[in-house]
Design a protein around this ligand. Structure first.
Ligand code: GDD
Ligand code: MN
Length: 372
């Protein structure tokens, strides 16, 4: 690292800030710090841990480190989760001209850091990426299933960025702060894939250089990647593809509505085959489909504002019935007016459905799943 006078660099603002998102990593944080100290000997760097209210004592471990080392900071968030948003807020909390992002669980090879910094400082690139897919790198002992998913996700990322990068899924990179700042307002900020988000949100393609490394195995704690991460990834892709025109939340809401129709028809058909009267079958199908939609919307569409507990859920469900009933009235009303003005029957129906869905979406996001 280019520090002419160590006594000055010890008190001056850091050149490099390493942002480390943590969620339940109590056994990893001090090990990571030791590794960083070993590869970055001169103190003109800092590390910022961004913790989302871990429950395993990570917070206390971080406080101990912060009190011991002035170049360790911790940023705490409460009531929120998300790897990408944690990274964004960590970066915004520093004024260092170069920022690295890496996981706390020792799966990323810290020995790359000095080389990444060197190349950024000598202006060889704007963004240095640790790649598992470049020659010399490897996914290590990662399970075959995770490697496959990662490959598919990397291929999908080609739809939203044309920047040459072999490992767009990498959670390990170093970026020039000005390059990050150019993209930050366009970031989707959802889910796990902050590097891809930055690549897809940069107004001009950053100069990317990759360095190979072998993905390590997690020694302590467990991975936080779950089914929701896949959904958030699809969310990111859709947001970058069509988000400018249609909110992704609306797309998911409509897809859930579509599934509701399938549920409705399945129940109606079954009841019909069993010889139940139509009115009863139709009513039953409607109630079950609406309930199904309510819970699916709660789990997917509005997962960041999820209602929890018996009472909030019951209140939400009843409000959802009320909102959807009004939506149905609007739907039939509009369709009927259009049909009477001699529009074709199916065009009238589609117009009615669109009005109904838009109403349902707007009303549920205002009255049921409110912004917190
Ligand atoms: N603050 C915060 N909030 N941190 C989180 C959250 C969260 O909601 N979820 C995960 N983290 C932290 C973990 O504590 C860890 O330090 C890091 O983010 C990565 O989480 P893992 O659960 O270990 O993810 P992974 O190993 O399955 O996947 C990682 O590596 C892949 C390959 O580089 C991620 O970085 C992926 O994005 C990446 O593709
Ligand atoms: Mn990991």
């Amino acid at each position: 690292m280019a520090a002419e006078d160590p006594s000055i660099s010890a008190v001056s603002a850091p050149m490099l800030s390493i942002i480390v998102p943590t969620f339940n990593e109590v056994d990893n944080v001090s090990l990571l710090l030791e590794k960083l100290k070993a590869v970055l000997p001169v103190q003109n760097w800092e590390v910022v841990f961004v913790d989302d209210d871990s429950t395993d004592g990570t917070k206390e471990a971080l406080h101990r480190l912060c009190r011991k080392y002035p170049y360790v900071r911790s940023l705490e968030r409460i009531g929120r989760r998300g790897l990408s948003s944690a990274v964004v807020e960590g970066i915004l909390s520093t004024s260092a001209p170069f920022v690295a992002v890496m996981d706390a669980d020792l799966q990323h090879d810290e020995r790359l850091l000095p080389h990444m910094l060197e190349d950024l400082q000598s202006d060889k690139a704007d963004l240095m990426v640790g790649s598992r897919y470049l020659e010399g790198g490897s996914t290590g002992e990662w399970e075959a299933s995770r490697v496959r998913i990662s490959r598919v996700a990397t291929w999908l990322s080609g739809f939203i960025t044309s920047v040459e990068c072999t490992d767009t899924m990498s959670g390990f990179f170093m970026i020039r702060r000005s390059t990050f700042d150019a993209a930050v307002r366009q970031l989707s900020g959802q889910g796990f894939k902050i590097l891809l988000d930055i690549l897809a949100s940069s107004p001009t393609p950053p100069r990317v250089k990759e360095l190979p490394y072998t993905f390590g195995i997690r020694q302590h704690g467990e991975s936080k990647l779950d089914a929701l991460v896949t959904l958030e990834y699809i969310n990111l892709i859709l947001d970058k593809l069509v988000g400018r025109w249609i909110p992704v939340r609306f797309i998911i809401f409509s897809a859930v509505g579509g599934l509701g129709v399938v549920v409705h028809m399945a129940i109606l058909t079954t009841a019909h085959v069993l010889g139940e009267p139509f009115l009863l079958s139709q009513s039953l199908a409607t109630i079950v489909a609406m309930t199904f939609n309510f819970f699916l919307n709660n789990a997917l569409t509005y997962r960041d504002k999820q209602l929890k507990g018996t009472w909030p859920l019951l209140k939400g469900l009843l409000s959802f019935f009320a909102v959807c009933s009004l939506g149905a009235v609007a739907n039939v009303g509009i369709a009927n007016v259009l049909f009477q003005r001699s529009f074709t029957w199916w065009l009238s129906a589609i117009a009615g459905i669109i009005v109904g869905v838009v109403w349902n979406f707007a009303a549920t996001s205002i009255f049921i799943w409110r912004r917190r």
